[in-house]
Design a protein around this ligand. Structure first.
Ligand SMILES: [Zn+2]
Ligand SMILES: [Zn+2]
Length: 251
């Protein structure tokens, strides 16, 4: 299998398709349905902020997908490397890579400063696309917060006036608002959790991968690979990590 350069290349993941579908549904749901059911004084600023966050979320989603997080050494010739630097060799890519790169079996390439593989953007998250990924999760959380508050406001107004239940088509619309309001609440908690987790990771200055490795080491069910760098050689102690590294070590 050839290595994919970005998340928009073949083949798309199910979660990636779901995220595109979610953007379409939430965008239409908010602008064409929820806004009409909320109070006019409430709308203008709310609509501007929601659509700004919506565009920011969609754009950062696409940028995170499109950036190639691969190790730069995969794309340059060997004689361009610095002579005094230490490299690892990936047996799958069959190339020398930077010390802190890791091979992703899904992307089929080594990722520079690997964080995790995200199926929502169908791409690995590494140091090259971490910033747009961070913008994506924060803007999505705030966007869902507005969606939740607006849809619950709309529900409150519908139930308090009760005029909407007079017509059958309005009953269907009310059910739709309740259904997507609850969906946006679940999305809010999901993105809120992811954002909080990554804020903690940024604060601690560690990657998701390092966090998982440390957690596994603490549980004693797995042993984390320990990289020992010496002046003359690199040795790596790897036991059962549950992850295929595909890297042979040596300089
Ligand atoms: Zn590799
Ligand atoms: Zn990957």
């Amino acid at each position: 299998m050839d290595a994919r350069k970005n998340g928009l290349m073949y083949r798309w993941s199910l979660k990636q398709c779901l995220s595109y579908f979610g953007y379409i549904v939430y965008g239409i749901f908010y602008n064409l349905i929820v806004v009409k059911k909320t109070h006019e004084d409430y709308q203008i600023l709310n609509v501007i902020v929601f659509n700004f966050l919506f565009c920011l979320s969609v754009t950062s989603h696409l940028v995170t997908s499109l950036i190639n997080p691969g190790d730069p050494l995969l794309y340059i010739k060997n004689n361009n490397r610095q002579a005094d630097s230490i490299y690892l060799h990936c047996t799958i890519c069959n190339k020398e890579i930077n010390l802190f790169s890791r091979h992703c079996v899904t992307c089929n390439k080594c990722i520079y400063k690997y964080d995790h593989h995200c199926y929502w953007v169908n791409n690995c998250i590494g140091s090259r696309n971490y910033k747009p990924f961070f913008v994506l999760i924060i803007s999505s959380t705030l966007m869902c917060a507005i969606l939740v508050s607006s849809s619950f406001t709309a529900m409150f107004l519908i139930f308090s006036t009760k005029t909407s239940f007079d017509a059958n088509d309005e009953q269907g619309l009310t059910s739709f608002i309740i259904f997507l309001g609850l969906n946006s609440l679940i999305s809010f908690f999901y993105f809120g959790y992811i954002t909080t987790f990554h804020l903690v990771m940024v604060f601690k200055d560690i990657s998701t991968y390092e966090y998982i490795c440390k957690k596994r080491a603490k549980s004693n069910s797995h042993v984390v690979p320990r990289l020992v760098v010496d002046k003359e050689f690199i040795s790596v102690h790897t036991e059962n990590t549950g992850i295929s590294f595909g890297i042979s070590f040596g300089i």
